[in-house]
Ligand binder design. Structure first.
Ligand SMILES: [Zn+2]
Length: 220
């Protein structure tokens, strides 16, 4: 009995730290990586903007917390997102490790929108692009299944990229082709709804990162 009361009190105080649902938003924490302080600042600023852009468009099924850090990762890789939790607890489930290549941060430091785009791209993966659920949207030829195209005509004929984790077509946020993919597209938002996330805003056409950044309240 005492145990129950104690647990209840802890819950009330919200200090149990385990599996307490919070607002279903995308948030971030900056962790220590190989970054210099200046790069960490750039990353933090980019993360704040990227989270705000996504939060404006979707409310995820469960909160997503990015554990961001800069690092010297694989050559030609701007960033990567992965989960190393075992699941079972929402606190673990919602936590995503996101590494942004320090070399790219340095290279892109002059154009902060590029760093925002990298973080936005990685958030797309944390939201489900590249997951089994994502691959299941496509038939064996890599084309979106008819039942989904019927529900979301904007998805008709869209193809899975060669690597399976991205769109094949240029101009999607999660396309395989670099910079032209830096945008939020109606297709990507339709997929978010298929994943079960709550959609808050659907763009009528692709909105590029520069424009998305110019619309948020945080400044780059
Ligand atoms: Zn990717």
């Amino acid at each position: 009995m005492f145990n129950k009361i104690f647990k209840f009190l802890l819950k009330l105080l919200n200090i149990t730290g385990d599996c307490v649902p919070v607002n279903n938003q995308i948030s971030y924490t900056i962790n220590k990586g190989d970054n210099s302080k200046d790069n960490d600042k750039l990353l933090e600023n980019a993360a704040e903007i990227a989270c705000e852009i996504w939060n404006e468009h979707v409310t995820p099924q469960q909160p997503i917390e990015l554990q961001l850090k800069g690092g010297y990762i694989l050559e030609n890789t701007a960033g990567r997102a992965y989960q190393d939790g075992n699941g079972g607890c929402q606190v673990i489930d919602r936590s995503w490790q996101v590494e942004v290549n320090t070399a790219y941060i340095e290279q892109y430091a002059k154009d902060k929108n590029n760093i925002v785009a990298i973080v936005m791209h990685e958030i797309g993966h944390a939201l489900g692009i590249g997951s089994d659920q994502w691959r299941n949207l496509f038939d064996k030829n890599g084309v979106i299944k008819e039942k989904y195209a019927e529900k979301y005509p904007v998805l008709k004929g869209k193809e899975l990229g060669h690597d399976g984790d991205h769109w094949r077509e240029k101009g999607k946020l999660l396309s395989e082709f670099g910079e032209e993919g830096h945008c939020i597209s109606p297709e990507t938002i339709a997929v978010m709804e298929l994943f079960g996330h709550q959609v808050r805003k659907v763009p009528s056409q692709r909105v590029h990162v520069e424009q998305l950044v110019s619309q948020v309240s945080v400044s780059a």
